[in-house]
Design a protein around this ligand. Structure first.
Ligand code: AMP
Length: 120
């Protein structure tokens, strides 16, 4: 897949131009471990498409985002999160500067594993 936004670090990760610890990949979605984990399990899920944030989502993205949400619990368990209800995971999608977003390529954090966590 050709790079979508040459200034975007997550586009570069998706394109393999910046190394990452890959968790999952298909035609539309990519998941990789966060470089600064808050929890024993902490990975990011991104659409390969460069969508800056949730605020740019349109009805065209409904299936893409639905797939991401359905994939999240499966990958969380595969990565070592403990089963619901005693285990589980946290899913975070920071949006905009006041929402704590630092990388402006839509991504969902999946965090889990035994507490205490580093943060969160
Ligand atoms: P956010 O504040 O929601 O935009 O989160 C961006 C996340 O990307 C942070 O948790 C960073 O640790 C993570 N991050 C930044 N650069 C990389 C990278 N090269 N590989 C993996 N994770 C990264």
């Amino acid at each position: 897949m050709s790079i979508q936004d040459p200034n975007c670090i997550f586009c570069k990760i998706v394109a393999g131009q910046i190394p990452s610890r890959k968790v999952y990949e298909d035609d539309d979605l990519f998941a990789f471990h966060d470089i600064a984990p808050w929890a024993p399990v902490h990975f990011l899920m991104v659409p390969k498409l460069h969508i800056p944030s949730m605020t740019q989502l349109t009805p065209e993205h409904e299936r893409l985002m639905g797939r991401l949400m359905l994939l999240a619990p499966r990958l969380a368990m595969e990565q070592g999160c403990n089963p619901y209800p005693d285990g589980g995971f946290r899913l975070v999608c920071n949006t905009g500067t006041e929402g704590g977003q630092e990388v402006h390529h839509l991504h969902v954090h999946i965090m889990g594993g035994p507490r205490p966590w580093v943060r969160g």
